[in-house]
Design a protein around this ligand. Structure first.
Ligand code: SF4
Length: 490
């Protein structure tokens, strides 16, 4: 399928929306657009961060998922209690592949599930006593943890439990931070509000606690903000920052610790990868502590080099020199990867549908391999994310916000990309349609994809998916049935 004109993209949107009743059609039309690279503000072309339409199949998560699953969960030396019924914690356990170093169950707890396992009596009589007892048990069984967060599931807000009071009292008893997080799943329109609530809890219950304490600074102290170390992403990032001569004081939050977070207000620069999930705390640290933050993109050599130079520009000449030397040292490796994979991937078209950052951040990495992103969209972006996206995508390419299962399938059927980059909920649908899919939330059990090391793996994985002969030979089950029925009828 060749690139569409604006009129063709708009006609495609109108055609897909045709199936909806008038009200739904009007609502969904605001979330679908042909990209317009001439505008500065995306609100002129697309609406985002609105409640999903009842009756359509949204792919979004909840506020609890945004707080526990994304922001708090990877802080490895804390125990994160999924407070409420067992399911929310169990089904979200370890799914994001936030790698960490440590001994699980002794000094790190990332892949474990701690839950208050609410029963009917807890809903009727309240769960505060149960939470107090659970915190005591956690302290007895896992004495080397450095703090606890209480991640509220839906019922906690509905029955009005006072988790703040329990947390304060328990914190005194165990002598460690106990942090209540009001991230009940029903809050907001998606996991996005969970990120915000989680950031606010860190602001109110973590950062202040270290104010005034001694810290040995260097002029090169930075923090990595919004890297969850999926498949080792933050490690691949840290290697580069350290080679530039910077000292990474904290990783937020992949493979990170409570002490690292507490020390972050002492750094010279916050480096922000996932803008959507951690812009709130970055802005707070800028306002309260005067620490500037800088957005960067470590996907694919073009964006990596651009970002390295931007970061180095903040520091003195010694960092700039080391950065240039590092870029030169890695260039042959990047050239070799591109020489190997670009001839195989050149001209292949991709459609993306991911969370709040990757739908724009990975575009450059695909382009480095000669591939083209012909459609992109976010589960939980706000308009400041689309402002940043319109410049990355080609003019008149398709943008879709909180796209429904039906719409995404129809767009894919009509645009016929060579590959889809999305999540587990979309994976098997498109694979059964004979289209390769790479999971772009979890890296499909692979990674890292960040940094130079990550690009080598990214390129290999895209090639593995696209060169896999399975998909060309696949007849979707629903087409098979048709063929058999036709045979029988004949
Ligand atoms: S919406 Fe509520 S019940 Fe569902 S997973 Fe989120 S917190 Fe749990």
């Amino acid at each position: 399928m060749t690139t569409l004109s604006r009129e063709e993209t708009e006609a495609l949107i109108a055609e897909v929306l045709e199936v909806y009743p008038e009200k739904a059609k009007k609502d969904r039309a605001k979330h679908l657009a042909a990209n317009d690279t001439s505008i500065e503000q995306s609100k002129k072309c697309i609406t985002s961060n609105r409640k999903s339409l009842p009756g359509v199949m949204t792919i979004r998560g909840c506020a609890y998922a945004g707080s526990k699953g994304v922001v708090w969960g990877p802080i490895k030396d804390m125990i994160h209690i999924s407070h409420g019924p067992v399911g929310c914690g169990q089904y979200s356990r370890a799914g994001r592949r936030n790698y960490y170093v440590g001994t699980t169950g002794i000094d790190t707890f990332g892949t474990m599930n701690f839950t208050s396992d609410f029963q009917e009596k807890d809903i009727v009589f309240g769960g505060d006593k149960k939470l107090t007892k659970l915190i005591e048990e956690v302290e007895q069984l896992f004495p080397l943890h450095n703090g606890i967060s209480v991640q509220s599931e839906c019922p906690i807000g509905l029955i009005g439990d006072d988790i703040e009071s329990v947390s304060k009292k328990s914190s005194v008893v165990i002598g460690k931070p106990v942090i209540p997080v009001r991230c009940e799943g029903f809050r907001g329109v998606s996991q996005s509000l969970g990120h915000h609530i989680a950031n606010d809890a860190i602001r109110d219950w973590v950062l202040d606690k270290r104010d005034g304490q001694a810290f040995e600074s260097t002029p090169y102290d930075v923090a990595i903000i919004g890297d969850y170390n999926i498949g080792g992403d933050a490690w691949a990032t840290r290697i580069l920052l350290e080679e530039m001569g910077l000292r990474v004081v904290a990783q937020w939050s992949g493979d990170g610790t409570l002490a690292e977070m507490m020390n972050t207000p002492k750094v010279k620069l916050n480096l922000l990868h996932c803008y959507r999930s951690m812009n709130y705390i970055s802005r707070h640290m800028e306002e309260k502590y005067g620490i500037p933050y800088m957005e960067y993109n470590f996907f694919g050599p073009t964006k990596i080099i651009e970002s390295l130079r931007k970061i180095a520009g903040f520091f003195d000449d010694s960092v700039k020199e080391k950065t240039e030397a590092m870029i030169a040292r890695y260039q042959p490796m990047m050239d070799a990867i591109i020489a190997k994979y670009k001839p195989r991937l050149q001209g292949k078209k991709v459609m993306l549908y991911v969370g709040g950052l990757r739908p724009r951040h990975v575009i450059g990495a695909y382009e480095d391999l000669g591939m083209e992103v012909i459609g992109t969209g976010y589960e939980f972006a706000h308009n400041d994310d689309y402002d940043r996206t319109i410049k990355e995508m080609g003019d008149a390419t398709l943008l879709y916000d909180d796209v429904t299962g039906f719409e995404l399938e129809e767009f894919v059927k009509r645009l016929k990309p060579d590959m889809v980059g999305s999540g587990i909920k979309e994976k098997y649908i498109f694979q059964k349609m004979g289209i390769p899919l790479r999971q772009m939330h979890s890296w499909d059990y692979s990674g890292p994809y960040h940094g130079y090391d990550g690009f080598a793996i990214f390129a290999r994985d895209m090639d593995i998916a696209l060169s896999n002969p399975t998909f060309k030979n696949l007849t979707p089950p629903w087409k098979k049935v048709d063929a058999e029925e036709v045979k029988k009828a004949a």
